[in-house]
Design a binder for this molecule. Sequence first.
Ligand code: EPU
Length: 336
Amino acid sequence: MIKQFDTYSLLPHNTFGIEAKAAHFVEFTSVADICNFLGNGFNGKSLVVGGGSNLLFVNDFNGTVFHSAITDIEVVAETDSDILLRVGSGMNWDELVAYTVEKGWCGLENLSLIPGEVGASAVQNVGAYGVEAGDLIETVETIRIADAVVCSFTKSDCDFAYRHSIFKAAEKGRHIVTYVTYRLKKAVDFKLSYGNLKDKVEEFGGATLANVRRAVCEIREAKLPNPEQIGSAGSFFMNPVVAAHKAAKLKDEYPAMPQYPLACGDVKLSAGWLIEQCGWKQTPHKNVGVYKHQALVVVNLGGATGSDVLDFALAVVASVKEKFDVNLNMEVNVID
Ligand code: EPU
C-alpha cells in the first residue's frame, strides 16, 4: 500500500521536534509498491526518513520525503550457531532489539534503546557500548531511486566504519533501504568492556541477554534525553579523531582529557568532554542548549527552529576549535 500526502508536517518524523513541512510525503508497505511508484517517472528532489532521529530540518523540504512502513521480520537461514534475520526497514529499532533478546539471539543487545528504525541502522551504522550495527549486518537491500532497480549490498559493499557507510558517501541520497539482514548468534558472546556496563550487568545478577539489555537501557536513560520528552537527535557531533602527536600535546595541557587510541595509531577524543570544557552545559542560547548529563547531545529547550539549532551547533564547533584546535563534525544530517 502507498499513502501519499501533500504539504505534510514532518513534526512526527524528527526527534528534534522541529516544525517543517514536506511538499510531498510518500509512505509504502512493500517493495512492489515503492518500485511501482518510482517506476512511473519519479524524478524530483527526494529525502528518505526513518524515525527522524538524526535529522535537522532547517527549512521546509521542497521535494518528496519517503518513509518505509515495511515491518515484516523473517528468519531466512539458520545453522547450529547463527540466525540470519531479514527485517523490514520501517521496523522500530528497539522493538527489533527486544525481539532478538526475547528469542535468545545474541548481537544487538548493546544497541538497546537507540531511537530510530531498522533502515537507518545500516545508513548511519548506529553504535553504542562497543558494538556497531555494521558488525552484525549481512546484507542491505534497497531500491535505487533514479531507476527503481532493486539492489543488494553485502557487508563489505557497505563500507562500514565509525558512523559511516556507503549510503552516507558514494551512494548518498540514491537509495531507499527496504530490508536489512542481520547475522545473530545462538551462543552468547557478550561485549561488556565499555565504561561501567560490566558492573551494571553484575548488579543485575550477571551476564544474560536480558540483563545486558536492561543495563544498557538504564545507562542510556541516565545519560541521554528521551526524545519523546526533550527534542534532540542523540549525539549531535561525532567523536573527533586526531593524530597521536596532537593527542599527546593535548594530554600534556589537559591531563583529564579522555582519549581512546585506535588500531590505526590515531586517537579518538570525546566530543562531549570537549564541549563541556567550553562551558556549554551552563550556557544555553535562546531555546537551544546541550543536555545536562551529556554535552554531546544538543537539545531543543522548547520551540527552537532548525536555524536556532544550527546556529547553536556552529557556535559549539567554533568554541571547540578555538580552545583545543580540534574540528568537530556533525553526526546529524542537516537538511536545508
Ligand atoms: N563526557 C564528559 N562530559 C559530557 C559527556 C561525556 O566529560 O558531557 C566524557 C565521559 O565522562 C566519558 C567520555 O566523555 O569519559 C565518553 O562519554 P560516553 O561514554 O557518554 O560516550 P560518548 O563518546 O560521548 C558515544 C556515542 C553515543 C553512545 C555512547 C556509548 C558518538 C558520537 N556517540 O558517546 O551514541 O551511546 O558512545 O557507546 O559516538 C548517538 O550516536 O546518538 C549516541 C548517543
